[in-house]
Write a new protein. Structure first.
Length: 322
């Protein structure tokens, strides 16, 4: 029966080859179903590579599917993994809610689930083994801290921020906003005067920002806080078109740490880059190995991250692989 299920899933994956690599190992090895949310940025691509590379090092058979930013598609892929009776499911959720049914199915099948990157909310407890990823609230705190420190000795009466938020109903957007707001509220001069949504997509943020400055102008904006580098790159294009000098006319704080953004930081076009670590692979691999060895797994596993800014030594930033 398992042979037939194996053959079924192989045909399923080959039929959807645009979703990415399928790595086959010996049947006796551990089989991991990996559902990624999409490929919307270099960050996301590196996140995927990291997880697959590390699981392959351990000799796991990895069944990979790309959800292409579609939750229904991800849920269907996870149900396919359950039908195949994989040993573990690893998935990166698009949004926070709507996963209960498929997680209950996995639990009933005795398949542990690891949530990677974004957080989820469930009606019941213990529907997944652990969450591995960044602390998005801490990232927001770090972004806010840069702003409060930057203007600490300024005599400026008011400091206006335009926030370009990520995809609605995602933990990354919600927590980055929450952490940022928490810190800047300590300085009564600082306020978010416009909060726009760019969905983590370069072209969307570019259009939204252009429409905003066409209607409102940009002269009253002192700071841009962007939830990811892809959106920031789109906004930088609009600033160039509009004669805005980024990093000077408008202070720019962005999230992720893609190599292209570090180059913009070195060029003075961006003031602060809050790292979001995409290299989750080792943490996923280590967690699976520890679980299989019978070790207790914590509910949360946070990955280390840092901040790069014009206040630090830019020559010390290591090469970026995404």
């Amino acid at each position: 029966m398992k042979y037939l299920l194996h053959l079924f899933l192989l045909l399923f994956l080959v039929g959807g080859c645009a979703n990415g690599p399928y790595t086959e190992a010996e049947p006796e090895n551990i089989v991991v179903g990996f559902s990624q949310s999409g490929t919307e940025s270099n960050w996301r691509k590196r996140h995927t590579e990291s997880i697959i590379e590390e699981m392959n090092k351990e000799g796991y058979e990895v069944l990979y599917r790309n959800g292409f930013m579609n939750q229904d598609r991800q849920i269907q892929d996870m149900r396919t993994f359950i039908a195949y009776k994989v040993d573990m499911i690893v998935f990166t959720p698009i949004v926070e809610d709507g996963w209960d049914a498929v997680l209950l199915e996995a639990k009933a099948a005795g398949i542990p689930v690891i949530v990677v990157d974004r957080h989820i909310r469930t009606a019941e407890e213990n529907l997944y083994l652990t969450h591995i990823g960044p602390s998005f609230k801490a990232e927001g705190n770090r972004a806010g801290l840069y702003i409060t420190n930057h203007f600490q000795n300024s005599s400026q009466i008011s400091i206006n921020i335009l926030e370009m938020k990520g995809l609605a109903k995602t933990s990354s957007a919600n927590f980055r906003n929450e952490g940022f707001t928490e810190v800047i509220s300590r300085d009564s001069r600082i306020a978010i005067v416009a909060s726009l949504e760019g969905d983590y997509i370069r072209s969307k943020a570019k259009d939204v920002f252009r429409n905003y400055i066409e209607e409102n102008g940009w002269i009253d904006i002192d700071v841009l806080y962007s939830h990811n580098d892809e959106m920031t790159l789109g906004i930088l294009e609009v600033m160039k078109e509009s004669g805005i000098v980024p990093g000077q006319d408008i202070i720019i704080v962005t999230n992720d740490g893609q190599s292209e953004m570090i180059e913009n930081l070195r060029a003075g076009k961006v003031n602060c880059v809050v790292e979001c670590n995409p290299n989750a692979g080792w943490y996923v691999r280590n967690t699976i190995k520890r679980y299989l060895n019978g070790n207790t797994i914590p509910d949360e596993i946070y990955m280390p991250e840092t901040v790069f800014s014009d206040k630090g030594n830019l020559d010390s930033i290591p090469p970026r692989d995404y």
